[in-house]
Design a protein around this ligand. Structure first.
Ligand code: FAD
Length: 479
């Protein structure tokens, strides 16, 4: 195989997968209008390599076969590799309407975490998981496949461990095994791109005890494997691009991914019962995935800055002091995000088997900063833009001869800014800050890549508080 294009990717999704949406089984995801919107967005990732200026960033040579593969599959060995990954995700997102395509990012976050942890498991137990992960990586790279990452379980009572739940499958569980593999049952939630990916990588979502052994399972299989049932979240189709400039074209889809007695062949199992490694694997995946979050949030922050400056200009107030201050706040927000990503790459950690991963503390602080301040940043944009963001007439009104004249007469901005231009900017701000799509982003930013409380916990764990206590004690002469 080779680097695929959009057509080949889309064609590969006609594979009998079991996807449900709006109460119906979807026979062909490529012809369903809601799913097709997400597919076309994801497919942008399969066309970018045709831009000659991006090719060196997107495509590398496989170190094992010499074939051309996507950089996503590169095993990072140092800071430079991580900085390239940051540039890759940031650039891809910028070329996709500031909405990350999520074709390979989460899957390779999972592969990268597995590559570090399986080495340690093999060392302790003499298993050969690392080799399996590497073979799987090569298979995915050679076939240029799209991968979803299914980590978050249903979890039921959050205060209880998997084996303590009153429902035995609130966490994905191994229910049968034979010499050829295992059978799993359970459900992963919020799985981004699951309805439109080729493969799904499953990881445990939390630390486990010996009694949770049967829940400690990691693997990677095709999305059309018998027994996998996917229920997609709702997504409105056929939105006009004038009224919904981003959400009419650039969306990702999350879904319930149900494993109803699904067989996983042995060569695709990457962890099976080694419960003490579930926590480290979940944590390292979180580090990788938060790094991805930082990388793709920066272009979105740039979009907010651009929209804020443009709408202020349309309204003739770009030079007002308080507007400049607010745009400056947005710039600080954006620069913090970018800097934490770069520093996490520069201050990377090298694993025992020579794999570079981004600095966990800096990834957690970076993700926390962008998520915790996102609503504040959007509030600044809303404050700058004014009420027309939510009260503007629709494209149909702009075209209706009975209303067109009035819209053109009254909704223009400063001299030189006509109503259409001003409305375009207002509609963008509505789309990202005050629509259903925007609401999903508010929640997605808080909980995607792990809830902000998870970052607080990790930050406290990774920061040397005792060192600070000793400093204060020394200062005060306290023994
Ligand atoms: C848009 C979006 C995309 C996503 N994509 C993916 C994906 O591709 N793959 C994937 O695997 N996951 C994905 N997720 C899942 C995401 O990682 C989770 O939403 C997140 O980890 C929170 O889990 P939860 O939604 O079950 O909420 P909960 O865990 O129920 O959290 C809700 C609140 O409860 C608190 N809480 C939870 N447990 C406890 C406890 N024991 N004690 C005290 N407080 C607790 C949390 O801190 C939080 O404040 C996605 C989520 C979103 C919103």
């Amino acid at each position: 195989m080779m680097i695929r294009d959009a057509k080949q990717y889309i064609e590969s999704l006609r594979d009998g997968r079991e996807v449900y949406m709006y109460g119906e089984r979807v026979e062909d995801v490529t012809t369903h209008p809601s799913l097709r919107k997400a597919i076309d967005h994801g497919a942008l990732d399969y066309e970018l390599q045709k831009k000659s200026e991006l090719r060196d960033l997107l495509i590398i040579r496989s170190p094992t076969t010499g074939a051309q593969i996507r950089r996503y599959f590169q095993i990072p060995r140092d800071s430079e590799d991580l900085l390239k990954r940051q540039e890759l995700i940031e650039t891809t997102t910028r070329h996709s309407g500031a909405v990350i395509p999520f074709m390979k990012e989460i899957g390779t976050d999972a592969l990268n975490a597995l590559a570090v942890i399986t080495y340690l498991v093999d060392k302790k137990y003499g298993t050969n998981y690392y080799e399996r992960v590497q073979k799987y990586r090569e298979y995915l790279a050679e076939n240029d496949l799209t991968i979803a990452g299914a980590v978050t379980d249903a979890k039921g009572d959050r205060s209880l461990r998997p084996h303590e739940q009153h429902m035995p499958y609130y966490y994905l569980k191994v229910v049968d095994r034979n010499t050829e593999g295992v059978v799993v049952k359970g459900c992963k939630l919020h799985t981004t791109s699951a309805p439109i990916a080729n493969e799904v990588i499953v990881l445990p979502t939390r630390a486990m005890t010996e009694k949770d052994k049967d829940y400690c399972i990691a693997f990677g299989i095709p999305v059309n494997t018998p027994g996998i049932k996917i229920i997609s979240r709702a997504e409105p189709a056929n939105l006009g691009s004038f009224d919904h400039p981003l959400s009419s074209r650039h969306v990702t889809l999350e879904a319930m991914t149900i494993f109803e007695n699904v067989f996983v062949p042995e060569e695709r199992i990457f962890l099976d019962g080694e419960w003490e490694f579930a926590g480290p694997l979940a944590n390292l995946f979180a580090t990788w995935h938060r790094f991805t979050g930082i990388c793709y949030k920066y272009p979105f922050a740039e979009l907010m800055i651009g929209a804020a400056a443009l709408v202020s200009d349309c309204n003739g107030i770009l030079h007002a002091t308080h507007i400049r201050e607010k745009i400056t706040e947005l710039i600080i927000y954006a620069v913090c995000i970018k800097t934490f990503g770069q520093e996490a790459a520069r201050q990377c950690v090298i694993s025992e088997n020579g794999i570079a991963f981004p600095n966990p503390l800096l990834c957690n602080v970076g993700k926390y900063l962008f998520a915790n301040n996102y609503h504040m940043a959007m509030k600044l944009l809303q404050e700058i833009a004014g009420g027309l963001v939510v009260t503007a007439p629709t494209e149909a009104d702009c075209k209706n001869p009975a209303t067109k004249e009035f819209i053109e007469r009254y909704l223009g901005g400063r001299k030189g800014v006509d109503a259409t231009t001003r409305m375009k900017v207002m509609k963008l701000i509505r789309d990202i800050g005050a629509s259903g799509f925007a609401g999903e982003w508010y929640v997605g930013t808080l909980h995607g890549e792990g809830s902000i409380q998870a970052q607080r916990i990790s930050i406290f764990r990774d920061f040397d508080v005792q060192k600070c206590v000793t400093y204060v004690k020394d200062l005060l002469g306290i023994p």
